[in-house]
Design a binder for this molecule. Structure first.
Ligand code: B3K
Ligand code: ZN
Length: 848
């Protein structure tokens, strides 16, 4: 397969004035007729040849201005001579949605038709210039058997409909990747929203019959998102209708098709009995994310797929802002940084490291990564910090003003910031073009009341980028006095050089620095510091992120020394933890985060960074030991908290109640290590909501496998697909290291293991990959099992298989035995006959 390069971009030779589709649905023989008005693109290369993308289509006929077109069809599309003036193209193709297991293009899920076109799925529906810079208004006519498909949906506004057919019109020019079509037996949870300028919008969440009682929270989140985008960004919704459809078989979280968002049902359906607090939070965030794309992605889209971060980084940033506003900024920031480190730092420190704006790809679906999304959002957070809140708002206003209706680039994006604020962003742009996580180290000195900080930055080599230039790093800094008071409130230092120093005169005592407040840049900061000082910051820092970070660093030091020297946890850490746990002025969710230990994967990377080869079992053992030690040390405090945090009355997903449950569950997790499981048993039996039920089950599985509770849970929830996913995932995720691969293998034999469903596949195979010590258990059974299943999934669903090859992306960290076994598993995948382009690219890059 050939690579596509950013530098080769050229505009399309034609403009599309109008697109009209007619889709006659049939599981095995759907007919799609497309009528397109083409005219020469004055800003494009010479017209005269028509090139359209198309894959797996049976061409029935094609005409230009009514006469048969002289088409040459190949594996990727068709070519034909065409006028250099405006003309009408018409073509008919046949496709078989029932045979589409890849879940890209038009496919079927539980008897329902649905689509997924981003990035390049539209070419599996009809011949078309399937690229984001080709935008056109669409009208769509759908025809289907009214007995099985009474509901027919597409983008835009509904126009006319009858028995077995419906027509939709989308006035906003859009690229094909935002096309959507849904048909099936669906019920609608209806509501409405009045926009800023007083327009009424019909809102609908469409689900399978039986699920209509689980839509209220998603609808509420949608309305809050719509109001928030008006208030914070001045962005109003632009159609009469906004629909969301929940689908069980879906490769990712959700998709922002214009006016017709399609969601993995996991991120729509919620009831207290079946969804956890975490599920509610994810639903809120993803509903918001997809809705926000209406402006950042749809009205202003990407010129080409290299610019993916233009819409994704910005939209993630916006959904993070929204969730922070709805809940707690401090807790949200800590959560986001945890995700960033777990996924993006992991990616950036391995063979898959790539810039936020990549320069080449073989399969674009492989670039919907943590780097494009999460680091993409961090880059915008830094921009906002550098230009200030007002500068940011001015730049965004200019962006919407100048680029509405266009397909843009990162250069366009940076230009609006330069024009709105007068700032030169030439160096800043390196955040988009250089890969790798910058290392920032800091030394300090203090003489004659003058305090100095000396920074040094360095970004290690990454694939294809041996050398890097210094980046602009905003470091938010505060200074504290030894009595805990703040002597200098937060200010932002701008580091632009490889080495740079800052001076703070007039310091009567040696200050204690609180560096990189709010995690103001996605870098790895190193600084020599003592356990006492970290405990001091954990107790006194006024910046909540750094307060948490101090505890996290302490925990990492303790765990590292337990792994390398078998050292016992020191008293500084335990007493600091006790103080935080007892401090009722702190948000319970913050306290839960402070009590949580770093993940095994995080510790493996931390040890690697300090030159130690990680031993997965030793890490797991140390973490178990430390958890037990914390439980023993804090047993009384935790027992009191567990009792005090019990809230009478019915479950409510509101943040306050959820935060209390988060701390209560953390307490339970620790207490169940020393109470023989009595609390967990009781909570499991009494639970009236999934958060409590699943939390208790996790403790019971970890303690002794939890066979009885596991069986009870299965009997209770055997008919609920989403709850069953949790049941599968929990057993694999909490299995002891030596058993995990066996547990996973046994579960793949379970009659409910429907491996073609991506959620189910991820819950078991992804669950094993997420059990660090289990996946990496000596002998390599985990590697073997994952490789077997990826080989099996690849021909059925290449996108999901390829994504999960990232379970192996850290192979270089480990000892020679494990490295050899992981490499062998990857080689075995690579050698598979007919391996997809998706997986071939991933495995090739991981092996290096
Ligand atoms: N834009 C989609 C992701 C599409 C992934 C294609 N493989 C969801 C989102 O980011 O909102
Ligand atoms: Zn997105």
């Amino acid at each position: 397969a050939r690579a596509v390069h950013l530098k080769d971009y050229a505009p399309y030779p034609y403009l599309l004035d109008d697109v009209s589709l007619q889709v006659r649905l049939d599981p095995k023989a759907t007919r799609v007729v497309s009528q397109i008005r083409f005219s020469p693109n004055p800003d494009g290369p010479a017209a005269g040849t028509l090139r359209l993308d198309g894959e797996g289509l049976r061409l029935i006929r094609a005409t230009i201005d009514g006469a048969p077109a002289d088409v040459t069809v190949d594996d990727h599309g068709l070519t034909c001579p065409a006028p250099a003036t405006a003309f009408d193209w018409e073509c008919e193709v046949e496709i078989a949605p029932a045979d589409n297991t890849a879940l890209e293009g038009l496919y079927m899920s539980n008897g329902m038709y649905c689509t997924q076109c981003e990035a390049e799925g539209f070419r599996k529906i009809t011949y078309y210039p399937d690229r984001p810079d080709v935008m056109a208004p669409f009208s769509v006519r759908i025809e289907a058997d009214p007995a099985t498909c009474p509901v027919l949906l597409s983008n835009g506004n509904p126009t006319v409909a009858g028995d077995g057919w419906a027509e939709w019109q989308d006035p906003w020019p859009k690229p094909a990747y935002l096309f959507a079509l849904v048909a099936g037996d669906l019920v609608r949870h209806a509501d409405s929203f009045r926009t800023l300028s007083g327009r009424e919008v019909d809102l609908g969440i469409w689900v399978r019959p039986g699920d209509e009682g689980k839509c209220a929270y998603a609808m509420d989140a949608l309305k809050r998102s719509m109001a928030w985008d008006e208030a914070e960004y001045g962005r109003e919704y632009d159609l009469n209708t906004f629909n969301i459809v929940a689908v069980d078989d879906f490769n990712m979280g959700a998709m922002e098709n214009k006016g017709l968002n399609i969601f993995n049902s996991k991120y729509v359906l919620a009831s207290p009995e079946t969804a956890t607090d975490r599920d509610y939070e994810m639903i809120e965030g993803i509903i918001a994310h997809e809705y926000f794309h209406n402006w950042t992605g749809n009205r202003i889209t990407c010129r080409d797929w290299f610019q993916l971060c233009l819409k994704e980084g910005l939209t993630v940033f916006r959904d993070q802002q929204f969730s922070g506003d709805q809940r707690s900024h401090a807790v949200k920031r800590i959560d986001d940084v945890l995700t960033l480190r777990a996924r993006q730092f992991r990616e950036d420190n391995g063979p898959l490291s790539h810039p936020v704006r990549p320069e080449s790809y073989i399969e674009i679906n492989n670039f919907y990564t943590a780097t494009v999304y999460e680091k993409g959002a961090e880059v915008i957070g830094m921009l906002r910090r550098l230009v200030g809140e007002e500068g940011y708002r001015a730049a965004l206003d200019l962006y919407f003003d100048r680029h509405d209706g266009q397909a843009c680039t990162i250069e366009d994006w940076l230009r609006v910031f330069e024009d709105a604020t007068g700032r030169d962003l030439t160096q800043f742009k390196r955040w988009y073009t250089q890969s790798g996580t910058p290392r920032l180290s800091v030394r300090e000195d203090y003489t004659d009341n003058v305090y100095r900080l000396h920074f040094r930055q360095e970004t290690p080599p990454t694939p294809g980028q041996p050398e890097k230039g210094p980046q602009v790093i905003p470091v938010a800094l505060g200074l504290l006095a030894p009595d805990g008071s703040e002597t200098m409130p937060t200010r932002v230092l701008e580091i632009t050089e490889t080495e740079q120093s800052f001076t703070f005169p007039g310091q009567e005592t040696r200050p204690i620095p609180s560096l990189l407040r709010g995690f103001s840049a996605p870098v790895i900061l190193t600084r020599q510091s003592t356990a006492e000082e970290r405990a001091f910051l954990l107790a006194h820092d006024t910046d909540p992120f750094n307060k948490w970070e101090a505890g996290r660093t302490l925990a990492k030091d303790v765990l590292s020394r337990m792994v390398t020297d078998d050292a016992a946890p020191g008293p500084d850490y335990l007493s600091a933890l006790r103080r935080v746990t007892q401090d009722d002025t702190l948000d319970p969710a913050f306290r839960a985060l402070a009590l949580a230990l770093p993940s095994d994967d995080d510790m493996a990377q931390t040890l690697t960074d300090s030159g130690v080869t990680p031993d997965p079992l030793a890490i797991w053992t140390a973490r178990e030991k430390l958890s037990l030690r914390i439980a023993e040390e804090l047993s009384a405090v935790l027992g009191d908290l567990y009792d005090a945090l019990e809230r009478p009355g019915p479950y409510s997903p509101d943040p306050k109640a959820a935060n209390a449950r988060a701390l209560r569950q953390t307490a339970l997790g620790l207490l169940s290590r020393i109470d023989g499981g009595t609390r967990a048993q009781k909570q499991f039996a009494a639970a009236d909501n999934m958060t409590d039920e699943l939390g208790a089950l996790a403790c019971l599985i970890r303690a002794d496998g939890g066979d009885e509770a596991t069986a009870t849970f299965y009997r209770r929830w055997a008919d609920d697909r989403l709850v069953l996913d949790k049941w599968f995932a929990l057993q694999v995720g909490y299995a002891a290291p030596a058993d995990a691969a066996d547990v996973a293998a046994r579960l793949t034999q379970h009659p409910a293991f429907d491996w073609k469903n991506p959620n189910r596949f991820r819950s078991v195979i992804g669950g094993l990959g997420g059990n660090h010590a289990g996946f990496h258990a000596a002998g390599g059974a985990g590697y073997e099992l994952v490789a077997d299943w990826l080989i099996r999934l690849d021909p059925v669903n290449p996108q999901t298989a390829a994504r999960m090859t990232t379970l192996f992306e850290t192979w270089h960290r480990y000892d020679a035995d494990r490295r050899d076994m992981m490499r062998a598993a990857l080689e075995r995948i690579r050698a598979t006959r007919g391996l997809s382009r998706d997986s071939a690219e991933m495995v090739g890059r991981i092996l290096g």
